[in-house]
Each structure stands twice: as C-alpha cells, then as structure tokens.
Design a protein around this ligand. Structure first.
Ligand code: GCB
Length: 590
C-alpha cells in the first residue's frame, strides 16, 4: 500500500491532534453510532494507555473509541477521497458518520478506505475509530484472555513489552484521482557501473504509465513507458550503508495522452546477497552493528514521535551503529524512510513474537501443552501470520534500508509442528519478495541441536543470554558456553549468524567492582565477553545489543518498571556500556 503524499494530482490532510476518547463498556462494541459522551481527549498519535491517570483505562481489555469531526476540503469535488490509518493496534474499525467504511486486523500495518460516496467536498463528517487491544491464540502476536472471578477480563501474553494500544501513528485524509497509481514495486540491481531499476506499477485503468528517474539534483537520469519495465542509470550512485543515495522515481498515470495522476517514490539502488557465510551489500561483506529496538517512550507508549525519531538515530550514529532490527513488529513508516535517507540498515520484523513453549504451558490453560497444537497456535494463527507478512512486505518492499525480512522472534522452533507451521510462511515470504534474504530469530532453548526450522532460512539470528538468564554473574562459564554453541551452529548450518539479542538488565547509576549483575560495569563486561566470542567465530556477521533503550513491559517479578537492558535509559541517557560500544563500533567502521 502506497504511503499517501501530496503531488500535482493529490492532496493530503493530517488528522493528528486531540480526539474525543471513550472506553467501550462492552463487547461487542456499542459506541460507534453516538457522538461520544465523554470528557476524555486522547492524543493521536499515541498509545492511550499511559495518557490517563486511570488504571481502568490502562488495563482495559477490549474496544476503545476515538472521534473527531473532519471537513473535506471544498476543492476536492470530483476527486476520490480516502481515510488512511497508519496503524490501529491491534484491530481497527472506522465509521464515517453512521457508515462503516473499514475494518482491519493487525496492529502495525496501515489500512485505508475510499469514502468518496459517503462524504461531500466542503462539508464536515463525524469520523469514529474503534480500536481493540485483544490478543488471542489467533492474533499476531498471540495472547490469551481470562475472565476473573468478578467478571473482569484480563489480558495475558508472552512477549516482554507492554501491550500498548490505540492510534499510535498518524491518521490522514487524502484525495487522489479516479484513475491513479495504486501500487509501485521497484527492484534494483547493478551491472558494472550501471544501475538497473526494474519497476511494476498498478493503476485503476490508466492507458499507460510514464516512469521518470531523477537524481538528487533533479536531473532526469532515465525514463520508460509502460506498467512494467526497466530503467538503466549510467554511472549509478549506490545506496550504501552509512552513505545513502536516493533517486526519485515518478510514475505518471496517463489517460488519452494526458497525465491524470502522479506519485513519486524515493529509491535506492543496491544489491544484497548471502554467499557462504557472508552477507554482501553491493558485493561487500557487511557486519551488522546496532540494536534491537522498541517503539517505546514515556507517556506516548508506542506513539510515533519525530523528536525521538531524530534523537534515536543521532544516538545510533554517535555510538557507531549501522543497523537495527524492528523488534518485534513493523515500525512507523517515518522510521523506515529516515533509515533510507540516512543509510541505516534494517532487519524488518513481522509482529510474530511470543510463539514459544511457555505459551503452551503458561497461558493456555496452565498445563504443559504443545505450542503448535490445534487448540493453541493453529491454522488460523498461521493465516493471520501470513497476512501480517503480506502486509509488511507490501508496505516496506521499496525501502533500500530493508535488507532482510524476519518472520518471527523466538518461536518454539524445537517443537513438533514448528516446521509445518513455518515452512509455508518462509515460502510465502520468498514468493512476495525474491530480492531479500529471509531470517528468523532463534530462542535459546531451541539451540542448534533442538531447532527444527533453521535450514529453511538464509541467515540465522540468535538471541542469547549466557551470563544473564544462564550463568548469571559468571562470565567465564558463559563465554565457554556461548562459543561452543556458536561453533555448533556454524558447523551444522554453514551460513551467516547474527547475534540479534545479547544484553543484561542494568540499573543506571548502580555500580560494583565485582561481576555484579544489574551494575553498569557488569553490562559492559557482559557485552565485551560477547564481542570476544563474536570475533572468534567466522560465521558471525553481526551483533545487535538488546536493547537500544529501557522499555516498558507488563508487570512481573523480573521487571522493575520495565526491561532495563537498554544501553540508554528510557529517556535516552547513556549507561557506561554506551561508551564501550562506541569505542568498539566506531573502531570497526575504520
Ligand atoms: C528475549 C526477547 C525480548 C526480551 C528479552 C529479555 O529473548 O526476544 O523480547 O525483552 O529476551 O530481555 O528477556
């Protein structure tokens, strides 16, 4: 789905701001028809959970309602009018006055509706958005809901980040012509000094499409006509990690010789290849440094915030990071575009987190059950998962920063049923995009001997906590076990390995001269130990520390106001390890 934009044929109105807000008293939802009888207002974009001083709102399980009035610009008569939500976490329903115009499941990908027939240019309408935060065994990510003795509903889930919900990304009203560009796919390659840009355009009935490529100065470097084809760029400037270069591709829909619509996409020309145990970007071996991140800040929850966007990327640059993983769900499109413009490499992850063993034992009935059993993670979950993959690839396929798809974090890949569950999803991802490698993120209990799916993937990502959850405080024992396991993966699979999580909870300002977990010194020594091992294992092609910053989680005895494995605090102050990482990663860059 194309991100809305202004162009000579399109207009865009941002609907962010304060919306009326109410919690739905029941399920199925009831409030959509009314003008919300509420004094509450919620900021958009923001998760609603931490905005209010009310635990009943924070812990609510079910639907909430957002409402505002919107005026359609009077100049839009004759145009198609759309409402577009960048995300509604985890399920959204949209009403224009009393008409339902859109429904969408999946909390981190956009959806839109053509509302032309129910609005009038120059007139106001009531826009109501219902958002549901429920997670079940058929949602991605999964969860379970229990009914408490007093009839209340309680949400449980296995992933280690707070279940923030609401309208955490922007909402838009936009106009576009009836005959327009509806999708664009670019695939880039390099032939000597020539860039090869393959394109595919979908329209609603254009006679033809005129494609023009421009460089950063605006000079035309190539063009083509048709709904699919190739444009070649002489002396191409490549999109490189740390040195982004973006051309713009303009697609014009033509009817009867007239241009009726125009859409412009920034594109980067680069190649990606997995060869043996190497990951090549533009033919050069690439070593990933950086973080698993979260969309997480105080008060906003997962609300997208451009100030934090800029600051986080500044801190990543300061520390020498060249990459990050969108753990554990697709991030706001603004983040992906920023990465494109600034040459940051992204492992793009689907929101499939928490599909692991404890799911069977922990939250589906309290007994040990297999995760991939029909009553737990089942065919319906897999169908939701497949749809989440489709929507992620559809949204992010044109970002040069995205070099790999991660289709799940830490599933029970050692369990019967795992292969049957994942093999079709890997195949689907490859069918959707043949240009990028596919990976998954392996959990510690499914090591190289126990795992049943790793051979399906091009690159194997590992989350390891030797020295934290295992051998806590004993870095010497941890070092031996870590190295032995990495060598085990290398010998068995002979393909690239990335350490996508390694980290230790660290309380900023807590110190010791001993190897004492939770101190700033321990976090530094822990990371140093991993780095020694990474440098000794040939298949290691990257290291992404868990986590960039401290983040909020659900309550639990192992979490003190959230997860403290951040190298930065939640308000982005460096812990001591930040300086050590900076020394290593800026050194690796030379
Ligand atoms: C993991 C998970 C991540 C957690 C982390 C931790 O393996 O992938 O979501 O936050 O461990 O800190 O326990």
């Amino acid at each position: 789905m194309l991100k809305p934009q202004t162009s000579p044929t399109r207009e865009l109105v941002n609907l962010d701001g304060l919306w009326q807000f109410a919690v739905d008293p029941g399920t199925p939802h009831t409030l959509w028809q009314a003008t919300l009888d509420t004094t509450l207002e919620a900021a958009v974009p923001a998760s609603y959970n931490d905005l209010f001083a009310d635990p009943a709102i924070r812990d609510h399980v079910g639907w909430v309602w957002y409402q505002r009035t919107v005026r359609v610009p009077r100049g839009w008569a004759g145009e198609r009018v759309f409402v577009r939500l960048d995300a509604a976490t985890h399920e959204g329903v949209v009403y224009v006055n009393d008409t339902k115009v859109a429904e969408h499941v999946g909390g981190y990908t956009p959806f839109e509706a053509d509302i032309t027939d129910v609005v009038t240019a120059g007139q106001e309408f009531r826009l109501t958005v219902g958002v549901n935060n429920e997670l079940t065994n058929t949602t991605i990510p999964p969860g379970s809901i229990t009914v408490t003795d007093d009839g209340g509903r309680k949400q449980d889930y296995l992933h280690d980040f707070y279940n923030y919900a609401g309208l955490a990304r922007s909402v838009w009203l936009y106009s576009a012509p009836a005959v327009r560009v509806t999708d664009l796919t670019v695939m880039t390659d390099v032939d000597g000094a020539t860039g090869v840009v393959g394109f595919d355009v979908e329209t609603t009935g254009a006679d033809t499409v005129q494609v023009t490529l421009r460089d950063v100065e605006g000079t035309v470097v190539g063009s083509a006509e048709g709904i699919a084809g190739v444009v070649r760029i002489d002396d191409v400037k490549l999109w490189q990690p740390g040195a982004a270069y973006l051309y713009t591709l303009t697609a014009q829909a033509v009817v009867g010789g007239e241009v009726v619509d125009e859409y412009t996409l920034p594109i980067g020309v680069r190649t990606i290849e997995v060869r043996g145990m190497q990951f090549l970007i533009n033919g050069e071996p690439f070593y990933f440094t950086g973080f698993g991140k979260h969309e997480d800040t105080a008060v906003r929850g997962k609300g997208h915030d451009n100030a934090y966007l800029v600051h986080d990327f500044q801190l990543m640059d300061w520390i020498g990071a060249n990459s990050f993983r969108t753990s554990h769900y697709p991030y706001a499109e603004e983040v992906m575009e920023f990465a494109d413009r600034h040459g940051i490499v992204v492992i793009d992850e689907v929101g499939a987190v928490g599909l692991n063993l404890a799911m069977g034992g922990g939250i589906f009935g309290g007994q040990t059950k297999l995760t991939f059993a029909p009553e737990n993670i089942n065919d319906d979950t897999q169908a939701t998962h497949a749809q989440a993959i489709r929507e992620l690839v559809d949204r992010d396929k044109n970002h040069p920063s995205v070099v790999m798809w991660s289709i799940t974090n830490e599933p029970a890949s050692n369990e019967p049923g795992a292969r049957e569950y994942f093999e079709p999803l890997v195949n689907l991802t490859r069918e959707l995009d043949a240009t990028r490698p596919v990976t998954f993120v392996n959990v510690m209990f499914a090591n190289h001997e126990a795992d049943l799916i790793a051979d399906l993937f091009d690159v194997i990502c590992l989350n390891r906590y030797y020295g934290w959850y295992v051998d806590s405080g004993d870095l010497a024992a941890a070092e031996q076990k870590l190295e032995a396991e990495l060598i085990g993966w290398q010998e068995k699979f002979a393909r690239p390995l990335i350490m996508t999580e390694y980290g230790a909870d660290t309380v900023a300002g807590y110190h010791s001269i001993y190897d004492a977990p939770f101190t700033e010194e321990y976090q530094t020594s822990f990371l140093d130990m991993y780095h020694r091992v990474h440098d000794r294992v040939e298949a290691m092609i990257g290291e992404q520390v868990w986590n960039f910053a401290d983040f909020q989680t659900k309550n639990g005895f192992a979490r003190v106001d959230g997860n403290k494995k951040g190298v930065f605090t939640r308000d982005r102050k460096p812990k001591a390890a930040a300086h050590a990482l900076r020394a290593r990663w800026t050194g690796l860059k030379k």
